[in-house]
Design a protein around this ligand. Structure first.
Ligand code: 3HC
Length: 689
C-alpha cells in the first residue's frame, strides 16, 4: 500500500510486508522544524491507527537522518507539536516503532531515535548529541534517556563532549540494536518483521533505570565535573548538562524531563548560546561569495608544490599531505628541504604515535612527499603552487616571476603572505588572474583558519578553488580583499598597540595578560610576544634607540622565551615568571612619558585592549575587506583563539551595545580614529552582525 505523496512532499507513508514506513524528506538535512514535526506527528498517528501495519519504521530521505532541531527556529515561539509531544506518541505506541538511521542522527534526531522502541543503523551512520557546541543541551529527553540506555559515563562523554560516535560504538553502548548493510529500508522492514514475529517487548528507555546506584552515579558525576573544570571555563552549557544528567539519576523520568527543559530554556536565553549559534551560521555563511555563482566550478587540484621549507612551508605541506595530495617541497638549499621534510615526517609520526592515524596511513602520507631544489622543475607539473618564503616583497616578486616562467598555463599561483600587497606580487607574473593569497596560520596543519585573499585581478574560478580547498583541508575559509594584514592580523594589531600603551599607565604586562586570559584568550599579548620573539614583532634594529619598552628589551637581548627572558623570565623548563627586570624597564619608561599612573580593574583592561579590535573590525567591514561582520568573528575565533562563548568581536560588541563602545573609544583612541561605520550604527541603534 503506497501513499500518493506528491513529488517534493515532506513525508511519504507506505506499508511494506505489514510494516508501515514513514519517510521524511526535508532537505538539506531533515532538521526537525515545524513542518517536519507536523508530518511526523500525523504519520505516527496514522501508523498506530492503520490495521494493515503491525510496526512502524521511521527513516529519512536524502543525505542524512534528522540533523536535530531546526536551529533557525530558535529564539522564536515554538509551534506545537514539540519534540517531546511527538516522542510521547512514539513511546506510547502499542506497535513497535523502529528508527532506521543513515548519515548522522544528531541532537533532536538522536533523541528521536532514543524515543523509538528499537534502532537500526547503516554501518556508516553516526549518532551524536552536539548541542553543547551551540551552547545548549539536548532538550528532548537526550539527557534523560542516554544515561538510562548507555550509562552515566557514556552520557557525560557524549553530551558534554558533543562528538558523534560511530554506529558500531553506539551499538556497544546499547544505543543501536542492529547494524545493517545495503538497503536500509528493506533491512529495517525485515528487522521490524522479526520483532513483530518474536513478539519483542515495546522497549521504552524512559522505563529503564540508570545502571549505577545513586551514590556511585553521583560520585562519577562529581569526578567528571572536577576533571573537566578547565574545559568548562567560560561556557555555560557543560555545567547545565551535568546538572541535567544528575537529574536523570535522582529524579523519576517525567520530573527529570521537566528539569532538562528548564535548564534548556536557561541556556537558550543565554548570551553564550546566542554567541555559539551565531558562530554556527557564521561558519556556514563564510564559504559563500555573493558575486560568484554556483556555475563557477572550482578546479580539481591533484598536486601541490610548496616553495619554502621553513615552519610555514612545512606546515602547509603537511596540511595537503593530510588530505592525500602529493606535495613537492622546494627550497634553495638541499639542507633546508631535508630539514623541512624531516619535520613533516616527524609531525606525521607524532600523529601515528598519538593514535590519530593508523601506521599505514602515516606511511602513505609520508610517501606522498618529495623534495627538490630545482624550482622550475618542481613547479612545472603542479596544479597548485604555494609560495611560503620570507616576508619580503622583492623576494616574493622574484619567486613569482620564476614560478610564472615555469608553471603550466592553468596552474594556480598562491602566496602565503601575511601582510604584503598581493596585487604587487601578482603583477610580477604574466597571469595575475591566476594569483591568489592562501594565508595559513601557524601551525598550518592544525589551525582552522585559512584566509583566501582575492587580488584585484584574481579570477572567480581561482577564488572558488581557494575557498573549496579550505573546506577540503578541514578549515574555515574566509575571503579577504588585499590590505595590510588582511582580516585576522589586521583586526588584532590594535590589541597589541593598546597593550603596549597601557603598561605605561599602571598595569604590568602580566596583569594585562591575566585580564586577557580571564576574558578567555589562551594567552595574553605579552605572553604571545615572548613566544613569537620580542625582536620579530616589528623591531627596527638599525634605528632602535631605547624609545619603547620593546626597544629596550631587544637592545638588552631580552628577545623572549628563546633567550630565557623577555617580558617574563623563564626557567629551564620554560616556565614563565614576571620579570623584575622588565618591570623596572616598564616603570622607568612610564615615568619618562609622564603618563598618569593608576590601577585598572580587569574589565577596564579588557575594554582598552578589545574595543580597538571592534573598531578595526568595523573599518575592515566598511572598506569591503571582509564580506560580512560574521567573517571577522569566525576569523578571530579560529585564528586567534578569541573565546567562542563571546561570539567573536563583532557579536560581542553588539551584545554590549555599540553606543557604549563608541563613547569609550572616543575617550581613549580619540574621535578621529573611530570608524565612521561604527559611529553611524551606534547612532542609528543598528548592529554589526
Ligand atoms: N537546523 C537548521 N539548519 C541546519 C541544521 C539544523 N539543525 N543543520 C544544518 N543546517 C543547515 C546549515 O545551516 C546549512 O545551510 P546552508 O546550506 O543554508 O548554509 C545546511 O543545513 C547544510 O549544512 P552543512 O553545510 O553543515 O552540511 P554538512 O553536510 O557539512 O553537515 C551536518 C551536515 C553534520 C548535519 C551539520 O550541518 C551539523 O552538524 N548540523 C548541526 C547539527 C546539530 O547541532 N544538531 C543539534 C541541533 S539542536 C537540537 O537538536 C536541540 C534539541 O536537543 C531539542
Amino acid at each position: 500500500m503506497n501513499d500518493m505523496s506528491p513529488p517534493g512532499a515532506i513525508s511519504s507513508y507506505s506499508v511494506r510486508d505489514g510494516i508501515a514506513v514513514l519517510a521524511i524528506n526535508s532537505p538539506p538535512v531533515n532538521a526537525l522544524g515545524f513542518p517536519v514535526r507536523k508530518a511526523l506527528d500525523e504519520g505516527i498517528r496514522r501508523a498506530v491507527a492503520d490495521s494493515a501495519a503491525s510496526a512502524l519504521v521511521i527513516r529519512c530521505d536524502g543525505r542524512t537522518f534528522f540533523a536535530g532541531a531546526d536551529i533557525a527556529e530558535f529564539g522564536g515561539e515554538l509551534k506545537l507539536p514539540g519534540l517531546n509531544d511527538i516522542f510521547a506518541v512514539i513511546e506510547g505506541s502499542p506497535k513497535p516503532v523502529i528508527a532506521a538511521i543513515h548519515g548522522t542522527a544528531l541532537g533532536g534526531g538522536c533523541e528521536l531515535a532514543l524515543a523509538c522502541h528499537y534502532r537500526c543503523a547503516l554501518r556508516s551512520a553516526k549518532l551524536g548529541l552536539p548541542e553543547v557546541s551551540l551552547g545548549l543541551l539536548p532538550g528532548a529527553g537526550g539527557t534523560q534517556r542516554t544515561p538510562r540506555i548507555a550509562g552515566v559515563a557514556m552520557a557525560l562523554d557524549l553530551i558534554v563532549g558533543g562528538r558523534p560516535i560511530s554506529a558500531a560504538k553506539a551499538e556497544t553502548a546499547g544505543m543501536v540494536d542492529r547494524i545493517v548493510d545495503g538497503d536500509l529500508e528493506a533491512e529495517a522492514v525485515a528487522y521490524a518483521r522479526q520483532l513483530v514475529t518474536e513478539k519483542a517487548p515495546l522497549r521504552r528507555i524512559r522505563d529503564m533505570s540508570v545502571d549505577l546506584d545513586l551514590e556511585a552515579a553521583q560520585a562519577a558525576i562529581t569526578t567528571y565535573r572536577v576533571a573537566h573544570s578547565r574545559q568548562f571555563k567560560g561556557f555555560k552549557a557543560p555545567g547545565h548538562i551535568v546538572q541535567a544528567i544528575e537529574a536523570a539519576v535522582t529524579l523519576p523520568f517525567d520530573q527529570g524531563l521537566a528539569r532538562e527543559w528548564e535548564l534548556f530554556e536557561e541556556l537558550m536565553a543565554s548570551t553564550e548560546s546566542g554567541a555559539q549559534r551565531h558562530l554556527f551560521f557564521a561558519e556556514r555563511a563564510a564559504g559563500k561569495v555573493p558575486d560568484i555563482g554556483r556555475d563557477v566550478k572550482p578546479v580539481d587540484i591533484g598536486s601541490v608544490t610548496v616553495i619554502g621549507a621553513g615552519t610555514m612551508g612545512s606546515g602547509i605541506a603537511t596540511a595537503f599531505l593530510n588530505i592525500g595530495l602529493p606535495v613537492t617541497l622546494v627550497d634553495r638549499e638541499q639542507q633546508a628541504v631535508e630539514r623541512g621534510a624531516a619535520n613533516i615526517r616527524k609531525t606525521i609520526a607524532g600523529m601515528v604515535a598519538k593514535g590519530r592515524i593508523a601506521e599505514d596511513e602515516g606511511g602513505r602520507r609520508s610517501a606522498l612527499l618529495s623534495t627538490s631544489v630545482d624550482l622550475p622543475g618542481a613547479v612545472s607539473g603542479a596544479d597548485l603552487i604555494v609560495e611560503a618564503v620570507f616576508e619580503d616583497l622583492e623576494l616574493k616578486k622574484a619567486v613569482f616571476a620564476q614560478i610564472d616562467a615555469a608553471a603550466k598555463a592553468d596552474a594556480i599561483l598562491a602566496s602565503n603572505t601575511s601582510f604584503l600587497d598581493l596585487d604587487a606580487i601578482a603583477a610580477a607574473t604574466s597571469r595575475p588572474e591566476q594569483v591568489v593569497g592562501l594565508h595559513f596560520f601557524v601551525p598550518a596543519n592544525v589551525m582552522r583558519l585559512l584566509e583566501v585573499v582575492r587580488g584585484e585581478k584574481t579570477s572567480d574560478v581561482v577564488v572558488a578553488t581557494g575557498m573549496a580547498l579550505g573546506r577540503k583541508l578541514g578549515k574555515v575559509a574566509i575571503l579577504s580583499r588585499v590590505c595590510d594584514g588582511f582580516i585576522a592580523n589586521r583586526a588584532m594589531a590594535p590589541r597589541q598597540a593598546a597593550a603596549d600603551a597601557l603598561i605605561l599607565e599602571g598595569p604590568l604586562p602580566w596583569e594585562v595578560d591575566r585580564a586577557m586570559v580571564e576574558y578567555g584568550f589562551p594567552m595574553g599579548p605579552f605572553q604571545m610576544v615572548d613566544i613569537v620573539g620580542v625582536d620579530v614583532i616589528g623591531w627596527d634594529r638599525e634605528n632602535s634607540a631605547g624609545r619603547t619598552v620593546q626597544e629596550v628589551l631587544c637592545e638588552m637581548g631580552r628577545w623572549g622565551q628563546k633567550k630565557n627572558g623577555g617580558y617574563y623570565d623563564y626557567d629551564e623548563e620554560r616556565r614563565a615568571q614576571p620579570s623584575p627586570v622588565a618591570e623596572k624597564i616598564v616603570r622607568e619608561m612610564a615615568a619618562k612619558t609622564g603618563a598618569d599612573q593608576h590601577r585598572f580593574r580587569e574589565p577596564e583592561i579588557v575594554e582598552r585592549l578589545l574595543y580597538p579590535v571592534v573598531n578595526e573590525g568595523a573599518k575592515i567591514l566598511e572598506e569591503g575587506v571582509a564580506l560580512r561582520a560574521s567573517d571577522i568573528d569566525v576569523a578571530l575565533v579560529t585564528g586567534y583563539g578569541w573565546p567562542v562563548w563571546t561570539g567573536g568581536p563583532m557579536f560581542w560588541a553588539d551584545s554590549i551595545g555599540l553606543p557604549a563602545i563608541v563613547a569609550a573609544l572616543d575617550a581613549t583612541i580619540g574621535a578621529d580614529a573611530v570608524s565612521p561605520l561604527l559611529r553611524k550604527l551606534a547612532a542609528e541603534g543598528g548592529s554589526l552582525t
